[in-house]
Design a protein around this ligand. Structure first.
Ligand SMILES: Cc1cc2nc3c(=O)[nH]c(=O)nc-3n(C[C@H](O)[C@H](O)[C@H](O)COP(=O)(O)OP(=O)(O)OC[C@H]3O[C@@H](n4cnc5c(N)ncnc54)[C@H](O)[C@@H]3O)c2cc1C
Length: 449
């Protein structure tokens, strides 16, 4: 294992107690470097390994369907861990209370946890660290090249980060070791009553747009590689054709590993070199650029995180006449004058996703139809975080900051409202794909729901 994936975040007492892995973002058993590191520590010290997950009552406005998707995945995690003799503890409450309490109850000697750049999670971690007495390690099991290995600063764009990532890929993009059965069993094994939990949290059992969990995620990957990958390079920007992987919800919840996805995609490189390279550019470079942005820019969700030129141009165009101004409710319920935008918003409501190309248009129009960039950013984040299954993710904050605030982009010729921010129009979209066909596809979704 690449040891630079791990960094100590607290030097505490190293007793003889078990190792506790606080699973947070990497919600899987296989191909999970953080769990693997925790299991190695436990074996080296001849102590049991425990895994816990803390369920908070609200996470950035996520809808019940996002909770259901996540908890179904965690139910699968518990089963797989049991086969490896690793007890899984589902905690409920605020991490600052639940994690230190569990670590104390277990007399844990070491706590291992996932790296996560989001401010809310950093704040939890800070509070947890203050109350823990054990030694704590953080592992970046999300990025193929750990975010702190790629770069120690905020990168300008794909063109600066690409070579930094590629330089480290040979040593980081390797096969995963197998996680064997743990030889030492823990003294308690509090199993979770999933049926009771689901009945309590989801009395109306929300409909899920795709099956959750590791097994389903790997099936989705196989389907993509065998059926759609050949068309990826040419058709990934056409929302009327199903050419992309649809893996973002699985990647977001850590139900599958991006490194595993990349290794599987590389097996097709000889057959479809152009498509595999285009896919890896998104999966590795664009995704890890978003991680870099949220790691090194604490204002990733406000206009203070925009580049200076973008802040200035948006300020200069604040008082431009805006022919259409919509309320958040009108946007939320897809009640604008623009049929393409309404279809995109309806796709978000119904399926919890928007195709990447239309997603750019969707966010840019929110800028055009809001009082100013602050309001636009807030609204786009609110809708994306609430309704997108893959929302509440560095990719989301970065994608929205790109669309509204020119992050990782360059200045364009100046125009109304947008200033020098790249704009997108209905006419441009109509030249790229059949808007009517896209709208008809979304209509089909509403018939299914
Ligand atoms: C306004 C806006 C909001 C976005 N919000 C989110 C979000 O909340 N969550 C999210 O995961 N992605 C977000 N994206 C990025 C992108 O839209 C999705 O990752 C992609 O559409 C997911 O579909 P897919 O898995 O079929 O992608 P594929 O094309 O198959 O790509 C494979 C994987 O690469 C990564 N990826 C693809 N495109 C991008 C990109 N532009 N930036 C960073 N990573 C990328 C994703 O992890 C994706 O699953 C946003 C983009 C924009 C412009």
């Amino acid at each position: 294992m690449e040891r630079r994936r791990v960094r100590p975040v607290k030097e505490g007492k190293r007793g003889r107690g078990p190792v506790l892995y606080w699973m947070q973002r990497e919600q899987r058993v296989r191909e999970n470097w953080a769990l693997y590191f925790a299991s190695v520590l436990a074996r080296e010290s001849d102590v049991p390994l425990y895994v816990c997950f803390n369920l908070v009552p609200d996470f950035l406005g996520a809808l019940p369907r996002a909770y259901l998707f996540m908890l179904e995945g965690l139910r699968e995690v518990e089963g797989e861990l049991a086969e490896l003799h690793i007890p899984f503890v589902l905690l409920r409450g605020q991490p600052k209370d639940t994690i230190p309490d569990l670590a104390r109850d277990l007399e844990a000697s070491v706590v291992v946890t996932d790296f996560n750049p989001l401010n809310i999670v950093r704040a939890w971690k800070k509070e947890v660290l203050q109350r823990l007495t054990a030694t704590v390690f953080e592992v970046d099991a999300r990025n193929i090249v750990p975010v702190w290995v790629t770069s120690s600063k905020k990168e300008y764009g794909a063109f600066t980060i690409r070579r930094k990532i590629h330089r480290h890929l040979p040593e980081c993009l390797g096969e995963f070791p197998k996680l064997g059965k743990q030889p030492y069993l823990g003294r308690t094994h509090r199993t979770c009553d999933w049926e009771k939990l689901f009945a309590e949290l989801f009395p109306e059992h929300p409909k899920l747009p795709c099956t959750p969990g590791y097994a389903a995620g790997m099936r989705a990957l196989r389907e993509f590689l065998e059926e759609r990958l050949p068309h990826y390079a040419k058709q990934r920007n056409d929302p009327t054709v199903l050419a992309t992987s649809l893996l973002s919800p699985y990647l977001h919840f850590g139900q599958i590993s991006a490194q595993k996805v990349a290794l599987e995609a590389l097996k097709f490189r000889e057959k479809y070199p152009e498509s595999v390279d285009a896919f890896l550019e998104q999966l590795i470079v664009r995704r890890e650029l978003a991680e870099n942005f949220c790691t090194y820019e604490e204002h990733y969700d406000t206009p203070s995180g925009f580049p200076r030129w973008a802040q200035e141009t948006l300020k200069a165009h604040r008082n431009d006449h805006r022919p259409y101004l919509y309320t958040l409710e009108e946007l939320e319920h897809a009640k604008t004058h623009d049929p393409l935008w309404n279809a995109a918003q309806r796709e978000l409501l119904l399926a919890g996703r928007i195709h990447n190309y239309v997603r750019m248009y969707w966010a840019k129009k929110i800028l055009e139809w809001s009082e100013n960039e602050e309001e636009a950013l807030r609204r786009a984040i609110d809708l994306n975080d609430r309704y997108a299954l893959d929302g509440r993710d560095p990719n989301g904050y970065t994608g929205i900051a790109w669309a509204i605030g020119g992050v990782h982009d360059r200045p364009f010729p100046e125009r109304r409202i947008f200033g020098k921010i790249r704009s997108m129009t209905l006419e441009q979209c109509a030249r790229k794909f059949s808007v009517e066909r896209y709208i008809a596809r979304v209509e089909e979704l509403s018939k299914d729901s």
